[in-house]
Design a protein around this ligand. Structure first.
Ligand SMILES: NC(=O)c1ccc[n+]([C@@H]2O[C@H](COP(=O)([O-])OP(=O)(O)OC[C@H]3O[C@@H](n4cnc5c(N)ncnc54)[C@H](OP(=O)(O)O)[C@@H]3O)[C@@H](O)[C@H]2O)c1
Length: 329
């Protein structure tokens, strides 16, 4: 019955993405608390606001030491302080993920402070209406959602591998369902820039990249998941897609949009193996929403022409060249 209801919700986008889907699934699927995280260290980007903030607070309540990454000093430190005020452990760090030197500086700071990393959550993101370039000369939507997470993950990969089992969770978007992955159309130029399309393509690329991390590192105990949070009442939604405010109480609260990212970060979806250390196979890592593995394509023309593994290899190679990093950490 719960599965049938889930399927009906999934078939109606409003039912699935809105607060109705979250509440109905939580009520009918017997969701429990995610596993406790005492002794674990997690890094969350975009943690100064909205969904990332809710992820950081929830991980702190589960007992993890949380590295709260943001751009605004006051709001980032306030989240770290809120975790500490509840008796948790938190460090604040200012990192613009679209700025390669800021990412590298953070990775150095983290490496000298901690030798292992149990989870990395890529929450930073924005729908940018106007064309802009990053410090490194890449279109900013792609720099923020694709190259930034690639660089940060590349730099932190040795710590993730040391902590095995560990997780990478990427907060993508249901908007990615509208676009197929096409490397040639990923980075738009100023003349053709369309913020909504650029965002959807970058969010599709995030899912491809998450799968590639999984393909490369699951045997080393690193599970990588992408998820979408549904429609969530946040400052980012209000500025990026103001028309969504008409949905009013149908919008999810930040902690509801954050739920699946927290649950995945806590390792709740990880299959138990004899060694207890393996990541899960890439097919199972895939794309998640409301604590369930979901399909990556609603529309037939978004399906890959040459296979998903090939997309991942292409994107990895492109990111390695654009960031100037080698092919392996
Ligand atoms: N809200 C939704 O309905 C929805 C739906 C699907 C997916 N998402 C995704 O969920 C994630 C969180 O979004 P949100 O709705 O919670 O929006 P939000 O409240 O605006 O939070 C976005 C966070 O990302 C940070 N950020 C943006 N660009 C950054 C950069 N270059 N470097 C470092 N941090 C950066 C923001 O920092 P500042 O505070 O400094 O701007 C903020 O902390 C995003 O990836 C978004 O695409 C949201």
């Amino acid at each position: 019955m719960a599965r049938l209801l889930d399927g009906v919700l999934e078939a109606t986008v409003v039912g699935s993405f809105s607060r109705v889907g979250y509440l109905a699934r939580r009520a009918t699927q017997g969701w429990g608390d995610p596993p406790r995280l005492e002794g674990k260290v997690l890094v969350v980007t975009g943690a100064s606001s909205g969904i990332g903030r809710a992820v950081a607070l929830a991980l702190g309540r589960l007992g993890a030491e949380v590295w709260v990454l943001g751009r605004d000093a006051g709001r980032t430190e306030a989240v770290a302080q809120a975790i500490r005020a509840e008796g948790g452990l938190a460090e604040a760090a200012l990192v613009d993920v679209a700025d390669g030197s800021a990412v590298d500086a953070f990775a150095e700071r983290f490496a000298s402070a901690r030798g292992r990393l149990d989870g990395l959550v890529h929450g930073a993101g924005a729908l940018l209406r106007d064309y802009a370039l990053s410090a490194g000369g890449c279109e900013l939507t792609v720099a923020t959602h694709v190259l930034g997470p690639f660089r940060l993950t590349w730099r932190l990969a040795p710590h993730l591998q040391r902590a095995r089992p560990s997780t990478i969770v990427t907060v993508s978007s249901g908007g990615m369902y509208t676009e197929r992955f096409d490397l040639d159309r990923l980075e738009m130029d100023r003349e053709h820039y369309d913020g909504v399309r650029a965002y959807a393509r970058a969010k599709r690329a995030q899912v491809v990249l998450a799968r590639e991390w999984s393909r490369r590192w699951s045997a080393q105990g690193v599970a990588s998941y992408a998820m979408h949070p549904g429609w969530v009442d946040t400052p980012g939604l209000a500025s990026g897609l103001p028309s969504f405010s008409h949905l009013g109480s149908l919008l999810r609260r930040p902690e509801e949009g954050a739920d699946t990212a927290v649950w995945l970060s806590a390792g709740a979806a990880r299959p138990v193996t004899d060694e207890g250390t393996a990541g899960s196979p890439p097919d199972e890592d895939g794309f998640w929403h409301d604590r369930r593995h979901r399909g990556e394509h609603y529309l037939p023309w978004t399906r890959p022409r040459h296979g998903e593994a090939e997309q991942g290899r292409q994107l990895w190679q492109w990111c390695a060249v654009r960031t100037g990093l080698g092919s392996d950490p």
